[in-house]
Design a protein around this ligand. Structure first.
Ligand code: EPZ
Length: 413
C-alpha cells in the first residue's frame, strides 16, 4: 500500500488549477439513466469515484465513452439490478435510485452502507419515494417498484443525496410534485439545471422549495461539471498552512463564501471571478467558532481542513461543531494529536488550542480527513507518513503531485 511521505516547513508558491467537482459528476452520472439519448459531460474529474460510477453504469447496460475530461453516456439499461460488488465501491451508487425509478419504475440497489464518517442512512430517500406512491422495501437491498406519482413531500433534513434522488424521481412522475426543504448545494443546483436543459419542468431551481411537473421523456444534453469547491478549499488550506503565495485557478469563489470568510480575516486573500489568490506569511491566532451545516453555511466537507488549520494556529482557541456526520471529527482529531495537536473532542464539539505540530505517522480513514492530514503535515516540523491514501484518491486527482508542483516536499512511497 502506498503512503504519502511529507517533510513539512516548505512554503508553497505558484498557481494550481481546480478540476470538476466529484459530487457534481456523481449526481449527473446518476441522472444519466433518465434518458437513452446521449449525455455529454465536460470537465469530468479523473478520480476513482468517477471511474467506479462509470463502471457501475456500464454494468447495467449504459454505453460510456471517456476522452480526457469529456464523458459521453448513452443507451438504455439492460437491467435494474445493481451488482453488489460494484454498488459497494462507492456511496455515489445510491444516486442511480431516483432516475431508475422514474424511467424504469423499478430498481434493486444493494445498500451502500455506512462509512468512516457515519452511518449515512437512506430513510429520507426512501420515505420520499414512498410519498410518490413507489413501493419500497429495504433490507440490505433497496427494492423499488411502481411509477412515481406527483405528490408533496417535505425532507426532514436538507439531504444532498435525497434531494438529488427525489428530484430525479419527480421529473418523470405522473403529475405535479412539490418538494420542500431541499438541499441547495451548488452540486444539487447543477443537477437541477441539467435536468431543465434535458426538458424537465422544475420551478424554484436553486431554492429549497421545488415545484416539478412530470414529463414523458427527457432528451440528451451537453453540460459542464462545476469546479470542485472542496478541492479549491484544500489547495487554499495547503497554502495557508505551509505559508506562501498561491493562485487557485478555474474555481468558483461564489460557491465558497463560508470558507472564504474564515480566511479573509486571517490571510491576504484576493477573489477574482474564477480564481482566488492567497498570501500566507504566518499562522493566525485562532479560527473562532465553526459550525457545519447545509449550504450556504460551513460545509462538512471542509471541516477536516479547518480542523488542521486550527491545530497549527498560533496558540489561540478554535471550537468546531460537526453537525452532519457523527464520526467525522473524532478520527482526524485523534490522528492530529499524534502530531502534537491539542484537541479535545466531546460529542459533536472539538476544542482546539493551536500549537506547533511535529511530523508523525498518521492514518487517513476518509477522503476529506486524508486531505486534512496532508494540510497539517505541510505545516509540521519534520517528516510525516500518511497512510490510507487510497481514500484520498477517491476524490482528488494526483494530490501529492499537484502540491509538489507548488513546492511541497511530498512523495508517494
Ligand atoms: C453528500 O453526501 C456528499 N456526497 C458528501 O460528500 C457531503 O459530505 C454531504 O452530501 C453533505 O454535504 C456526494 O454528494 C456524493 P446528506 P450525502 O444526505 O448525500 C443524514 C465527500 O467527501 N441523512 O446530505 O450522503 C446523514 O446521515 C462526501 O465528498 C439521513 O439521516 O449527504 C447526514 O447526517 C462525504 N437520512 C446528513 O443527513 C438520509 O436519508 C447529511 O447527509 C440521508 C441523509
Amino acid at each position: 500500500m502506498v503512503d504519502y511521505i511529507v517533510n513539512g516547513g516548505k512554503r508553497l508558491n505558484g498557481e494550481i488549477s481546480v478540476y470538476g467537482a466529484k459530487n457534481c459528476a456523481l449526481a449527473l452520472l446518476g441522472a444519466s439513466v433518465l434518458t437513452d439519448d446521449e449525455i455529454i459531460l465536460r470537465n469530468c474529474p479523473s478520480i476513482v469515484d468517477v471511474d467506479n460510477m462509470i463502471l457501475l453504469l456500464k454494468s447495467i447496460g449504459k454505453t460510456v465513452l471517456r476522452s480526457g475530461s469529456v464523458v459521453r453516456i448513452s443507451g438504455g439499461l439492460t437491467t435494474t439490478r445493481i451488482p453488489k460488488n460494484i454498488a459497494s465501491l462507492l456511496r455515489g451508487s445510491a444516486l442511480i435510485l431516483g432516475g431508475a425509478v422514474a424511467k424504469y419504475n423499478e430498481i434493486e440497489l444493494p445498500l451502500p452502507g455506512g462509512c468512516a464518517i457515519g452511518a449515512r442512512p437512506m430513510d429520507i430517500h426512501l420515505q420520499g419515494l414512498e410519498s410518490l406512491g413507489v413501493e419500497v422495501s429495504c433490507t440490505d437491498v433497496v427494492r423499488c417498484n411502481g411509477k412515481p406519482k406527483g405528490a408533496s413531500y417535505k425532507l426532514r433534513f436538507a439531504s444532498v443525496g435525497a434531494t438529488e434522488n427525489l428530484v430525479c424521481a419527480c421529473v418523470m412522475a405522473k403529475g405535479e410534485s412539490f418538494l420542500y426543504n431541499c438541499a441547495t448545494e451548488p452540486e444539487v443546483v447543477a443537477l437541477e439545471e441539467m435536468l431543465v436543459k434535458m426538458g424537465a419542468k422544475i420551478n424554484g431551481v436553486g431554492t429549497p422549495d421545488l415545484q416539478i411537473v412530470g414529463v414523458e421523456k427527457l432528451r440528451g444534453v451537453e453540460f459542464d461539471i462545476i469546479p470542485d469547491r472542496i478541492v479549491a478549499a484544500t489547495y487554499l488550506s495547503a497554502a495557508a498552512a505551509a505559508g506562501g503565495n498561491v493562485d487557485v485557478l478555474n474555481c468558483c469563489p461564489k460557491h465558497m463564501d463560508a470558507f472564504l470568510n474564515l480566511l479573509h480575516t486571517r490571510f491576504k486573500v484576493r477573489v477574482f471571478e474564477n480564481a482566488i489568490r492567497i498570501s500566507s506569511s504566518g499562522q493566525p491566532n485562532d479560527y473562532g467558532k465553526i459550525i457545519t451545516a447545509p449550504y450556504p453555511f460551513f460545509p462538512t466537507d471542509m471541516q477536516s481542513l479547518a480542523l488542521s488549520l486550527a491545530a497549527c494556529s498560533n496558540g489561540g482557541q478554535t471550537v468546531i461543531y460537526e453537525k452532519l456526520f457523527e464520526n467525522r471529527l473524532r478520527h482526524n482529531s485523534e490522528e492530529l494529536c499524534r502530531m502534537g495537536a491539542n484537541i479535545v473532542v466531546e460529542g459533536d464539539k472539538a476544542v482546539i488550542k493551536g500549537r506547533n505540530l511535529n511530523g508523525a505517522t498518521v492514518c487517513s480513514r476518509d477522503l476529506r480527513g486524508g486531505a486534512g492530514l496532508v494540510i497539517a503535515a505541510l505545516n509540521a516540523e519534520g517528516q510525516s507518513v500518511i497512510k490510507g491514501i487510497q481514500h484520498i484518491d477517491r476524490g482528488y486527482y494526483r494530490l501529492a503531485d499537484c502540491l509538489k508542483d507548488l513546492g511541497a516536499d511530498i512523495d508517494e512511497k
